[in-house]
Design a protein around this ligand. Structure first.
Ligand code: NAD
Ligand code: TYD
Length: 339
């Protein structure tokens, strides 16, 4: 079986590639990534020489490059991770989110229609459901919760989801969609909450908490997400959406304090800064469907996952120090310099 993984030089896509190569040595894995600021070829350095792995630098919006790749590889499964993924950047400049996340997804599916595939799996997000109020802990996102987005990022992901379902109904494309909660783990780009706080702690820099830090996210260790996607793309029902999450809700401020303590840094580094525009209050997934149909349950407890993640950032300083010493500095100054 040949599996194309788009966005595989990013955080979750790279972890998914490692997962596939570990668990299915007989499969061929082809990574397609345009290496935006968030893509890093060095992340894949340990697998680049494997005979059943190929890296192709291409934009998912480039119809010619994608057609050539499909003609060469005749893939069985496409898993689409490629996306602009950071809410704060989408607030600064939505256009590239619409291009990659919506048009790129359509371009991939057009190639699937032309060449024929067994499955197109779209990696989506719980953010397409909007947010839940803090005073209703009894509410969770199910697959029936209406789409109700808040940011240009989540709107672009929701647009892609609707197109994926439309390609299934209109053209009979064999699709599936997973909507996962916030991931954490190795190789996450240091613009996101957990790696940003770890990196800042290690540099004794202020820890910028948006608003009052009371927003709640439902955190899942990245390997658990990878296992869920693998189950869905192989055994999930065609045309279906599966929510993925582990009932692990945490307030931002509690995560930041936990990281401070784990790294033996003072809480006085915490700095409350101007809130994100349109900031979603609470995300919480009901993962009953994927549990019932596919037997999926999270395996990594948050206490263990966060410990492993912090250790990984301590052991792999060169990976993230390299990132934050480059273009990232301009980004950081723009987003946090005067906040
Ligand atoms: P990421 O930003 O770390 O990685 C995205 C990757 O896509 C990068 O390697 C980048 O170079 C590549 N890419 C971007 N535009 C491209 C294009 N036009 N053509 C080819 N490659 C392109 O993102 P991530 O956190 O790994 O997220 C991966 C997917 O999972 C996204 O679709 C995201 O919406 C979804 N998701 C993420 C989370 C999370 O917590 N990070 C949770 C749920 C869903
Ligand atoms: P983030 O990692 O950007 O993921 P998302 O917005 O997709 O959930 O942010 C997680 C939470 O942390 C979110 O409520 C915003 C907050 N946050 C901060 O308080 N400070 C920061 O510097 C960042 C990046 C995020």
């Amino acid at each position: 079986m040949t599996i194309i993984v788009t966005g595989g030089a990013g955080f979750i896509g790279s972890n998914f590639i490692f997962y596939l190569l570990d668990h299915y040595p007989e499969d061929r894995v082809v990574c397609v990534d345009s290496l935006t600021y968030a893509g890093n070829l060095s992340t894949l350095k340990n697998v680049l020489d494997k005979p059943n792995f190929r890296f192709v630098k291409a934009d998912i919006c480039d119809d010619k490059a994608i057609a050539q790749l499909f003609a060469e590889e005749k893939p069985d499964i496409i898993v689409n991770f490629a996306a602009e993924s950071h809410v704060d950047r989408s607030i600064e400049d939505p256009t590239v989110f619409l291009k990659t996340n919506i048009l790129g997804t359509a371009n991939l599916m057009d190639a699937c229609r032309k060449y024929g595939i067994q499955r197109f799996h779209q990696v989506s997000t719980d953010e397409v459901y909007g947010d839940l109020p803090l005073d209703r802990p009894d509410l969770f996102f199910t697959e029936e919760t209406p789409i109700h987005t808040s940011s240009p990022y989540s709107s672009s992901k929701a647009g892609a989801d609707l197109l994926v379902l439309a390609y299934h109904r209109t053209f009979g494309l064999p699709v599936s969609i997973s909507r996962c909660s916030n991931n954490y783990g190795p190789y996450q780009f240091p613009e996101k909450l957990i790696p940003l706080m770890i990196a800042n702690c290690l540099h004794d820099k202020p820890l910028p908490v948006y608003g009052e830090g009371l927003n709640v996210r439902d955190w899942l260790y990245v390997d658990d997400h990878c296992r869920a996607i693998d189950l869905i793309m192989r055994h999930g029902r065609v045309g279906e959406v599966y929510n993925v999450g582990g009932h692990n809700e945490m307030r931002n401020i509690d995560i930041v304090k936990l990281i401070c303590h784990a790294l033996d840094k003072p809480e006085s580094l915490i700095t409350y800064v101007t809130d994100r525009k349109g900031h979603d209050m609470r995300y919480a997934i009901d993962p009953e469907k994927i549990h019932r149909e596919l037997g999926w349950l999270p395996e990594t407890r948050f206490e263990d996952g966060i410990k492993k993640t912090i250790e990984w950032y301590l052991d792999n300083r060169e990976w993230w120090e390299e990132i934050i010493s480059g273009e990232y500095q301009k980004y950081y100054e723009k987003m946090y310099g005067n906040r």
